[in-house]
Design a protein around this ligand. Structure first.
Ligand code: HEM
Length: 155
């Protein structure tokens, strides 16, 4: 049954929540990036920890819900169901798994290496590089997730 709130979509509530959460997450990470580029290191740290905590809660809700309620019955009317829907889903899961690894590594090493309150240090170049990959992979996860949502539940 369609229990979500996004119009013209067959998705259940949990997919709609994830769809919209990813949007807010990308905005929050964008704010975090602007903050750190202007020298507001504490705001950057706070935004990164908050976005990680929010993402962890949403992912937990998502995993529990899809294991108990399933989702494939909502996607069967999709014209992509028997063609590229599942290969694309595996691509999205692969990108998401890489993103979880890069994100956790960046967050944990930043917490370990920067002072409190955080300021640029000898660790900065390494963190900037790790952070760029982590942010890029998050964006790729969000974009592939949105495309999957459209293919499965809207088209
Ligand atoms: C997954 C979590 C994080 C990501 C993806 C991330 C990402 C980034 C990126 C991309 C930059 C470079 C910005 C630029 O080009 O100027 C940066 C800089 C910085 N980040 Fe993070 N960050 C994360 C967590 C943290 C945490 C937890 C701290 C503090 C403990 C922190 C402290 C800093 C500092 C101090 C800088 C400035 C480095 C410098 O320019 O010298 N970051 N971060």
């Amino acid at each position: 049954m369609h229990t979500g709130f996004i119009p013209y979509s067959r998705a259940s509530l949990v997919f709609d929540v994830v769809f919209v959460s990813l949007f807010f997450l990308v905005i929050l990470v964008g704010i975090s990036l602007l903050a750190v580029m202007r020298g507001h290191y504490r705001i950057h740290k706070g935004c990164q920890i908050a976005s990680t905590a929010a993402l962890a809660c949403v992912l937990l809700y998502f995993e529990v819900d899809i294991r108990t309620s399933g989702w494939t019955h909502l996607a069967t009317p999709s014209p992509y169901y028997h063609t590229i829907l599942f290969p694309f889903l595996y691509l999205h899961i692969g990108v998401a798994a890489i993103s979880v690894f890069l994100w956790s590594r960046t967050l944990l090493s930043a917490l370990r290496h920067f002072s409190r309150p955080p300021t640029p240090s000898i660790y900065s170049p390494s963190h900037r590089q790790q952070g760029a990959w982590a942010m890029g992979s998050l964006l790729a996860t969000a974009v592939t997730g949105w495309i999957f949502y459209w293919m499965a539940f809207v088209s």
